[in-house]
Design a protein around this ligand. Structure first.
Ligand code: ITT
Length: 189
């Protein structure tokens, strides 16, 4: 069976591919020309919207990920708007650090919802993962993507960007969403 990976984010794509390779699904990237407007008001709505629209447009199974970083001291911002916080990763990180300034409350959660849609656009499967950490005052590490250099995980004593990819993949919000999703993949139709 063919599965369209409905993302335009190269970092996300790399991680989604890592979770999905070696299964009976033939992965195919969504064409750039097919862009979905994220008008939902939750991660779940946006993940389903992206999977559903891409599936319907191409008449194939599709998988989408909607994710973001919710910072406690910013009342959950950037959250759903994590991608729209700037045009580059550097800009997004800088904006977040500026808004947090010297606030001592640095707790944050990465959230990820993954959804799979059938060729008719109906949702077959949806899972969620959350990973808690702290926002550093300065970026550290070169791995990963997005906000990874400022997201510190106390248990590992490393940022997502400092961890070997397999460690991030194991503990991240996306890793937890996929850990729930993968065992159910063979049951959907
Ligand atoms: P698609 O919708 O095309 O998949 P996007 O980048 O617009 O790509 P989202 O709307 O889900 O995706 O936005 C998620 C943003 O949250 C993303 O741009 C990153 O900045 C951030 N993000 C999500 N997962 C992350 C991770 O594992 N590490 C660092 N940042 C992450």
């Amino acid at each position: 069976k063919k599965l369209i990976v409905a993302t335009s984010n190269p970092g996300k794509l790399r991680e989604m591919q890592a979770y999905l390779t070696g299964l009976d699904w033939e992965l195919q990237l969504k064409p750039d020309s097919l862009e979905i407007e994220e008008i939902g008001s939750t991660f779940s709505e946006n993940a389903c919207l992206k999977a559903s629209q891409v599936a319907k447009a191409l008449g194939e199974w599709a998988i989408a990920d909607d994710s973001g970083l919710a910072v406690d001291a910013l009342n959950g911002a950037p959250g759903l708007y994590s991608a729209r916080y700037g045009t580059t990763d550097t800009e997004r990180i800088q904006r977040l650090l500026t808004e947090l300034a010297d606030n001592q409350q640095r707790q944050a959660q990465f959230i990820c919802v993954v959804a799979i849609a059938r060729p008719d656009g109906s949702i077959a499967l949806q899972t969620e993962g959350i990973c808690s950490g702290e926002i550093l005052t300065h970026p550290r590490g070169t791995g990963g993507f997005g906000y990874d250099p400022i997201f510190y995980v106390p248990q590992q004593q490393q940022t997502f960007a400092e961890m070997p990819p397999e460690v991030k993949h194991q503990i991240s919000h996306r890793g937890q969403a996929f850990a729930q999703l993968l065992p159910q993949l063979s049951t959907i139709n």
